[in-house]
Write a protein that binds this ligand. Sequence first.
Ligand code: BTN
Length: 252
Amino acid sequence: MTLSCPLLPAAYRLVLRETVGSTNDEAKELARQGAAAGTIVWAMEQTAGRGRRGRCWSSPRGNLFASLILRPACSVERAAQLGFVAGLAVADALAELAPSLGAFVCKWPNDVLARGRKIAGILMESERRTYETPAFLIVGIGVNLASAPPDTEFPATSVADEGCLPPAPEVALEAVVRHFEIWTQHWQQQGFARVREAWRARAFALGGPIRARLETAILYGRFVDIDQHGALLLETAGELRRIPAGDVFPVT
Ligand code: BTN
């Protein structure tokens, strides 16, 4: 297989692996050894790709698997906003690469949907330096370009499944990183308000009924908004609940 090396903005450095367990695990190990912010671990396939909440992430060749090491000089809570930055970057990159698929939608917290099905997911992991500040943050990005698994709880799709010619992973990586850099600059210069506004404009089910699955409960209600930290605000049983972590589903 011939692989052209992606052209990345100056602040990024690529570590290419053929096959890994999980690019997030590789990136974490490099970060512990002192790898600089902007290091990206990119693999052709993963044998133990991970999703949020311990789920497995199907990782065959032809899709994009990349994990970015960041060292944001801010609180852990603020650093979590970079998940929304990454979601917007993936949505914008896909809109550029597969314009005929129409608008890509962001599903709270960090998924990207195409035509109502999940096409990309983001796994944010961090280790703390102090209780308040992260030593590093890993932003793991998986995008279904050539294929999607058939048996997921939330239906999945890929660029190819939607009838478009899938871009090569290196082309997708280049676009995702370019848009990540653009959204990171907006976030740094204008704060989360700018990111939140763009994310809300693309949000799945905002204002409508949803099922929210938390660690220990399932709640039905209306998706009112995300707050200034990115938590979901759900109107349920006559009260407004703030949900910092969970999964969102349509009400069927
Ligand atoms: C999710 O939607 O549950 C998150 C999926 C994240 C998958 C990516 S693929 C690259 C990186 N390495 C992993 O093991 N997971 C993330």
